[in-house]
Design a protein around this ligand. Structure first.
Ligand code: PBG
Length: 340
Protein backbone atom coordinates (compact mmCIF):
# COMPACT_ATOMS: atom_id res chain seq x y z
CA UNK A 1 0.00 0.00 0.00
CA UNK A 2 1.34 3.40 -0.86
CA UNK A 3 2.15 6.02 1.70
CA UNK A 4 -0.26 8.41 0.09
CA UNK A 5 -3.39 6.71 1.36
CA UNK A 6 -2.09 5.62 4.76
CA UNK A 7 -3.71 7.42 7.66
CA UNK A 8 -0.57 9.06 8.94
CA UNK A 9 0.30 10.50 5.49
CA UNK A 10 0.74 14.27 5.32
CA UNK A 11 -1.93 14.19 2.65
CA UNK A 12 -4.47 12.66 4.96
CA UNK A 13 -4.04 15.51 7.41
CA UNK A 14 -5.35 17.75 4.66
CA UNK A 15 -3.49 20.88 5.59
CA UNK A 16 -0.13 20.28 3.99
CA UNK A 17 1.47 22.62 3.16
CA UNK A 18 -0.08 25.56 4.97
CA UNK A 19 1.42 27.96 2.47
CA UNK A 20 0.91 27.23 -1.20
CA UNK A 21 2.71 29.78 -3.34
CA UNK A 22 0.99 28.32 -6.38
CA UNK A 23 -2.32 29.88 -5.20
CA UNK A 24 -0.96 33.24 -6.34
CA UNK A 25 0.05 31.83 -9.73
CA UNK A 26 -3.22 30.13 -10.68
CA UNK A 27 -4.69 32.69 -13.05
CA UNK A 28 -3.51 35.59 -15.14
CA UNK A 29 -5.38 38.13 -13.00
CA UNK A 30 -3.68 37.11 -9.78
CA UNK A 31 -0.28 36.86 -11.42
CA UNK A 32 -0.78 40.42 -12.60
CA UNK A 33 -1.95 41.52 -9.17
CA UNK A 34 1.10 40.23 -7.32
CA UNK A 35 3.66 41.13 -10.00
CA UNK A 36 6.69 42.73 -8.31
CA UNK A 37 8.40 44.28 -11.32
CA UNK A 38 7.31 45.34 -14.76
CA UNK A 39 8.77 46.62 -17.96
CA UNK A 40 7.35 49.69 -19.63
CA UNK A 41 8.14 51.84 -22.61
CA UNK A 42 9.20 54.53 -20.11
CA UNK A 43 12.26 52.42 -19.29
CA UNK A 44 13.72 52.42 -22.78
CA UNK A 45 16.59 54.24 -24.42
CA UNK A 46 17.15 53.49 -28.12
CA UNK A 47 20.67 53.66 -29.62
CA UNK A 48 21.00 54.79 -33.25
CA UNK A 49 24.05 54.64 -35.53
CA UNK A 50 24.33 57.61 -37.86
CA UNK A 51 26.18 57.90 -41.18
CA UNK A 52 27.52 61.03 -42.84
CA UNK A 53 25.71 62.58 -45.79
CA UNK A 54 26.24 60.69 -49.03
CA UNK A 55 26.94 57.26 -47.54
CA UNK A 56 24.61 54.44 -48.40
CA UNK A 57 22.52 53.14 -45.51
CA UNK A 58 23.50 49.61 -44.62
CA UNK A 59 22.86 46.87 -42.17
CA UNK A 60 25.37 45.63 -39.61
CA UNK A 61 26.14 41.97 -40.32
CA UNK A 62 26.70 41.07 -36.66
CA UNK A 63 23.53 42.95 -35.61
CA UNK A 64 20.73 41.80 -37.95
CA UNK A 65 17.84 44.25 -37.88
CA UNK A 66 20.00 47.22 -36.86
CA UNK A 67 21.15 49.62 -39.54
CA UNK A 68 23.52 52.48 -39.94
CA UNK A 69 21.33 55.34 -41.12
CA UNK A 70 21.46 58.76 -42.69
CA UNK A 71 20.71 61.91 -40.70
CA UNK A 72 17.28 62.11 -42.37
CA UNK A 73 16.50 58.54 -41.33
CA UNK A 74 17.70 59.27 -37.81
CA UNK A 75 15.28 62.19 -37.69
CA UNK A 76 12.49 59.91 -38.90
CA UNK A 77 13.40 57.27 -36.30
CA UNK A 78 13.48 59.96 -33.61
CA UNK A 79 9.93 60.91 -34.56
CA UNK A 80 9.03 57.24 -34.44
CA UNK A 81 10.54 57.03 -30.95
CA UNK A 82 8.34 59.95 -29.88
CA UNK A 83 5.23 58.32 -31.28
CA UNK A 84 6.10 55.03 -29.58
CA UNK A 85 6.56 56.83 -26.26
CA UNK A 86 10.27 56.04 -25.95
CA UNK A 87 11.78 58.71 -23.65
CA UNK A 88 15.25 59.00 -25.17
CA UNK A 89 17.65 57.99 -27.93
CA UNK A 90 21.44 57.58 -27.77
CA UNK A 91 23.40 58.64 -30.84
CA UNK A 92 26.59 57.03 -32.15
CA UNK A 93 28.45 58.33 -35.21
CA UNK A 94 29.98 56.22 -37.96
CA UNK A 95 32.97 58.43 -38.76
CA UNK A 96 34.48 58.02 -42.22
CA UNK A 97 38.14 56.86 -42.03
CA UNK A 98 39.36 60.08 -43.66
CA UNK A 99 38.05 62.09 -40.70
CA UNK A 100 39.77 59.88 -38.13
CA UNK A 101 43.15 60.91 -36.73
CA UNK A 102 45.53 59.71 -34.00
CA UNK A 103 44.18 62.36 -31.59
CA UNK A 104 40.58 62.24 -32.80
CA UNK A 105 40.25 66.00 -33.41
CA UNK A 106 36.94 65.49 -35.22
CA UNK A 107 35.38 64.78 -31.80
CA UNK A 108 35.61 68.45 -30.91
CA UNK A 109 34.46 69.83 -34.26
CA UNK A 110 31.22 71.73 -33.50
CA UNK A 111 29.96 70.75 -36.93
CA UNK A 112 30.78 67.03 -36.77
CA UNK A 113 28.29 64.33 -37.66
CA UNK A 114 26.95 63.89 -34.15
CA UNK A 115 26.39 67.64 -33.72
CA UNK A 116 24.69 67.91 -37.12
CA UNK A 117 22.46 64.97 -36.26
CA UNK A 118 21.61 66.32 -32.82
CA UNK A 119 20.62 69.71 -34.28
CA UNK A 120 18.50 68.09 -36.99
CA UNK A 121 16.66 65.87 -34.53
CA UNK A 122 16.21 68.64 -31.98
CA UNK A 123 14.59 70.86 -34.60
CA UNK A 124 11.92 68.26 -35.23
CA UNK A 125 11.29 66.72 -31.81
CA UNK A 126 11.66 69.79 -29.58
CA UNK A 127 11.64 68.59 -26.00
CA UNK A 128 9.50 65.54 -26.63
CA UNK A 129 12.56 63.27 -26.79
CA UNK A 130 15.80 63.13 -24.83
CA UNK A 131 18.97 63.11 -26.91
CA UNK A 132 21.94 61.37 -25.31
CA UNK A 133 25.42 61.69 -26.85
CA UNK A 134 28.43 59.56 -26.04
CA UNK A 135 31.61 61.17 -24.76
CA UNK A 136 34.68 59.16 -25.81
CA UNK A 137 37.17 59.39 -28.66
CA UNK A 138 36.96 55.90 -30.17
CA UNK A 139 34.69 56.82 -33.10
CA UNK A 140 37.25 59.45 -34.09
CA UNK A 141 40.69 57.93 -33.46
CA UNK A 142 42.61 55.95 -36.07
CA UNK A 143 43.64 53.49 -33.33
CA UNK A 144 40.09 52.98 -32.04
CA UNK A 145 40.99 53.63 -28.40
CA UNK A 146 38.75 55.93 -26.32
CA UNK A 147 41.55 58.38 -25.51
CA UNK A 148 44.86 59.81 -26.66
CA UNK A 149 47.72 57.36 -27.05
CA UNK A 150 51.20 58.28 -25.95
CA UNK A 151 53.91 55.61 -26.22
CA UNK A 152 51.30 52.90 -26.57
CA UNK A 153 49.34 53.93 -23.48
CA UNK A 154 45.99 55.73 -23.31
CA UNK A 155 46.85 58.78 -21.23
CA UNK A 156 44.31 60.00 -18.71
CA UNK A 157 44.50 63.71 -17.99
CA UNK A 158 45.27 64.88 -21.50
CA UNK A 159 42.34 62.79 -22.74
CA UNK A 160 40.03 64.33 -20.15
CA UNK A 161 40.79 67.80 -21.51
CA UNK A 162 39.67 66.72 -24.97
CA UNK A 163 36.57 65.00 -23.56
CA UNK A 164 35.56 68.28 -21.90
CA UNK A 165 35.71 70.04 -25.27
CA UNK A 166 33.78 67.20 -26.89
CA UNK A 167 31.13 67.47 -24.19
CA UNK A 168 30.76 71.20 -24.79
CA UNK A 169 30.33 70.98 -28.57
CA UNK A 170 27.68 68.31 -28.06
CA UNK A 171 25.89 70.34 -25.39
CA UNK A 172 25.94 73.37 -27.72
CA UNK A 173 24.41 71.26 -30.48
CA UNK A 174 21.46 70.58 -28.17
CA UNK A 175 22.21 67.27 -26.53
CA UNK A 176 20.28 66.85 -23.24
CA UNK A 177 22.47 64.29 -21.58
CA UNK A 178 26.12 63.43 -22.04
CA UNK A 179 27.20 59.87 -21.52
CA UNK A 180 30.95 59.56 -20.95
CA UNK A 181 31.80 55.98 -21.94
CA UNK A 182 35.57 56.40 -21.88
CA UNK A 183 36.39 55.34 -18.28
CA UNK A 184 39.14 57.92 -17.74
CA UNK A 185 39.63 58.87 -14.08
CA UNK A 186 38.19 62.19 -12.99
CA UNK A 187 36.33 62.90 -16.21
CA UNK A 188 32.90 63.33 -14.66
CA UNK A 189 34.06 66.16 -12.41
CA UNK A 190 36.05 67.81 -15.19
CA UNK A 191 33.16 67.60 -17.66
CA UNK A 192 30.70 68.90 -15.05
CA UNK A 193 32.92 71.91 -14.33
CA UNK A 194 33.44 72.62 -18.02
CA UNK A 195 29.73 72.42 -18.74
CA UNK A 196 28.89 74.71 -15.83
CA UNK A 197 31.57 77.20 -16.82
CA UNK A 198 30.13 77.28 -20.34
CA UNK A 199 26.63 77.88 -18.98
CA UNK A 200 25.23 74.37 -19.53
CA UNK A 201 24.01 73.98 -15.98
CA UNK A 202 21.09 71.80 -17.01
CA UNK A 203 22.88 69.41 -19.33
CA UNK A 204 22.83 66.12 -17.44
CA UNK A 205 25.56 63.50 -17.14
CA UNK A 206 24.86 59.79 -17.41
CA UNK A 207 28.13 58.22 -16.41
CA UNK A 208 29.20 54.85 -17.75
CA UNK A 209 30.43 54.26 -14.20
CA UNK A 210 30.76 50.48 -14.16
CA UNK A 211 31.87 49.73 -17.68
CA UNK A 212 33.62 46.43 -18.08
CA UNK A 213 36.32 45.40 -20.57
CA UNK A 214 33.88 43.08 -22.27
CA UNK A 215 33.99 40.87 -25.34
CA UNK A 216 30.29 41.62 -25.77
CA UNK A 217 31.06 44.96 -27.48
CA UNK A 218 32.32 43.27 -30.67
CA UNK A 219 29.30 43.96 -32.90
CA UNK A 220 29.22 47.64 -31.80
CA UNK A 221 32.85 48.04 -32.82
CA UNK A 222 31.93 46.53 -36.20
CA UNK A 223 29.06 49.01 -36.45
CA UNK A 224 31.13 52.13 -35.81
CA UNK A 225 34.14 50.72 -37.65
CA UNK A 226 36.53 50.71 -34.68
CA UNK A 227 37.06 46.94 -34.45
CA UNK A 228 39.45 46.35 -37.34
CA UNK A 229 41.77 49.13 -36.29
CA UNK A 230 41.70 48.68 -32.50
CA UNK A 231 45.37 49.00 -31.67
CA UNK A 232 46.23 46.93 -28.63
CA UNK A 233 43.16 44.78 -29.22
CA UNK A 234 41.43 45.63 -25.96
CA UNK A 235 40.69 48.46 -23.48
CA UNK A 236 41.77 46.72 -20.30
CA UNK A 237 43.90 49.59 -18.98
CA UNK A 238 40.77 51.69 -18.45
CA UNK A 239 37.65 49.51 -18.61
CA UNK A 240 37.01 47.27 -15.59
CA UNK A 241 38.03 43.63 -15.32
CA UNK A 242 35.00 41.31 -15.32
CA UNK A 243 36.05 39.90 -11.93
CA UNK A 244 35.48 43.20 -10.14
CA UNK A 245 32.50 43.95 -7.92
CA UNK A 246 33.61 46.20 -5.02
CA UNK A 247 35.43 48.34 -7.57
CA UNK A 248 32.12 49.09 -9.31
CA UNK A 249 30.82 50.57 -6.06
CA UNK A 250 33.99 52.65 -5.77
CA UNK A 251 33.59 53.90 -9.38
CA UNK A 252 29.95 54.85 -8.80
CA UNK A 253 30.75 56.61 -5.52
CA UNK A 254 33.40 58.73 -7.23
CA UNK A 255 31.24 59.57 -10.23
CA UNK A 256 28.35 60.66 -8.02
CA UNK A 257 30.68 62.77 -5.92
CA UNK A 258 31.98 64.34 -9.13
CA UNK A 259 28.46 65.25 -10.22
CA UNK A 260 27.01 62.38 -12.26
CA UNK A 261 23.19 62.55 -12.40
CA UNK A 262 22.73 58.90 -13.33
CA UNK A 263 25.10 55.96 -13.54
CA UNK A 264 25.31 53.04 -15.92
CA UNK A 265 26.29 49.40 -15.76
CA UNK A 266 27.50 47.82 -18.98
CA UNK A 267 27.10 45.13 -20.30
CA UNK A 268 23.76 44.08 -18.86
CA UNK A 269 22.92 40.41 -18.55
CA UNK A 270 26.27 39.12 -17.20
CA UNK A 271 26.48 42.01 -14.70
CA UNK A 272 23.08 42.19 -13.01
CA UNK A 273 24.63 41.50 -9.60
CA UNK A 274 26.44 44.82 -10.04
CA UNK A 275 23.18 46.59 -10.83
CA UNK A 276 21.63 45.22 -7.67
CA UNK A 277 24.62 46.19 -5.50
CA UNK A 278 24.61 49.73 -6.88
CA UNK A 279 20.88 50.15 -6.32
CA UNK A 280 21.17 48.98 -2.72
CA UNK A 281 24.22 51.15 -2.04
CA UNK A 282 23.09 54.38 -3.72
CA UNK A 283 19.61 55.78 -4.17
CA UNK A 284 20.19 57.06 -7.70
CA UNK A 285 18.92 56.12 -11.16
CA UNK A 286 20.86 53.21 -12.65
CA UNK A 287 20.78 52.55 -16.38
CA UNK A 288 21.69 49.15 -17.78
CA UNK A 289 23.10 48.79 -21.30
CA UNK A 290 21.99 45.65 -23.08
CA UNK A 291 24.99 45.77 -25.39
CA UNK A 292 25.51 44.77 -29.00
CA UNK A 293 26.77 41.27 -28.17
CA UNK A 294 23.71 40.57 -26.04
CA UNK A 295 21.52 41.74 -28.90
CA UNK A 296 23.47 39.56 -31.33
CA UNK A 297 23.03 36.46 -29.16
CA UNK A 298 19.30 36.92 -28.73
CA UNK A 299 18.87 37.72 -32.42
CA UNK A 300 20.98 34.87 -33.74
CA UNK A 301 19.26 32.22 -31.65
CA UNK A 302 15.85 33.65 -32.55
CA UNK A 303 16.64 33.70 -36.26
CA UNK A 304 17.53 30.02 -36.07
CA UNK A 305 14.29 29.27 -34.33
CA UNK A 306 16.16 28.15 -31.22
CA UNK A 307 14.56 30.76 -28.98
CA UNK A 308 11.29 32.65 -29.14
CA UNK A 309 12.48 36.20 -29.75
CA UNK A 310 9.71 38.21 -28.12
CA UNK A 311 9.67 36.04 -24.99
CA UNK A 312 13.42 36.01 -24.45
CA UNK A 313 13.86 39.71 -25.15
CA UNK A 314 11.08 40.73 -22.76
CA UNK A 315 12.39 38.29 -20.14
CA UNK A 316 15.94 39.60 -20.44
CA UNK A 317 14.75 43.19 -19.97
CA UNK A 318 12.43 42.34 -17.10
CA UNK A 319 15.39 40.64 -15.41
CA UNK A 320 17.22 43.96 -15.62
CA UNK A 321 14.28 45.73 -14.00
CA UNK A 322 14.19 43.10 -11.25
CA UNK A 323 17.91 43.66 -10.61
CA UNK A 324 17.14 47.34 -10.09
CA UNK A 325 17.53 49.08 -13.43
CA UNK A 326 15.63 52.33 -13.72
CA UNK A 327 16.34 52.56 -17.44
CA UNK A 328 17.61 50.23 -20.17
CA UNK A 329 19.54 51.01 -23.33
CA UNK A 330 18.61 48.37 -25.88
CA UNK A 331 18.76 47.96 -29.64
CA UNK A 332 15.39 46.28 -29.24
CA UNK A 333 13.77 49.48 -27.88
CA UNK A 334 11.47 50.24 -30.81
CA UNK A 335 10.51 46.60 -31.23
CA UNK A 336 9.81 46.28 -27.51
CA UNK A 337 7.74 49.47 -27.51
CA UNK A 338 5.65 47.91 -30.28
CA UNK A 339 5.28 44.62 -28.42
CA UNK A 340 4.25 46.38 -25.22
C1 PBG B 1 32.68 53.47 -26.93
C2 PBG B 1 31.48 52.65 -26.67
C3 PBG B 1 31.40 51.26 -26.80
C4 PBG B 1 30.06 50.92 -26.59
C5 PBG B 1 29.37 52.10 -26.30
N1 PBG B 1 30.27 53.17 -26.35
C6 PBG B 1 32.40 50.26 -27.22
C7 PBG B 1 33.64 50.12 -26.49
O1 PBG B 1 33.82 50.57 -25.36
O2 PBG B 1 34.55 49.55 -27.10
C8 PBG B 1 29.52 49.53 -26.69
C9 PBG B 1 28.07 49.39 -26.93
C10 PBG B 1 27.63 48.06 -27.39
O3 PBG B 1 28.40 47.09 -27.47
O4 PBG B 1 26.44 47.95 -27.70
N2 PBG B 1 33.30 54.13 -25.94
Amino acid sequence: MSNLSSSNSFLARGNFPATRLRRLRRSPWIRRLVQENSLSVDDLIWPLFVLPEGSAEDSIPSMPGVSRMSIESAVAQAERAVSLGIPAIALFPVTPPKLKSPDGEEATNPDNLICRTTRAIRQVVGDRLGIICDVALDPYTTHGQDGLMRDGYVVNDETVEVLCQQAIVQAKAGCDMLAPSDMMDGRIGAIRQSLDAAGFLDTAILSYAAKYASAFYGPFRDAVGSAKNLIGGDKKTYQMHPSMSDEAIHEVALDLQEGADMVMVKPGMPYLDIVQRIRTSFQVPVVVYQVSGEYAMLKAASERGWLDEKSVVLESLLGMKRAGATGIITYYAAQVAEWL
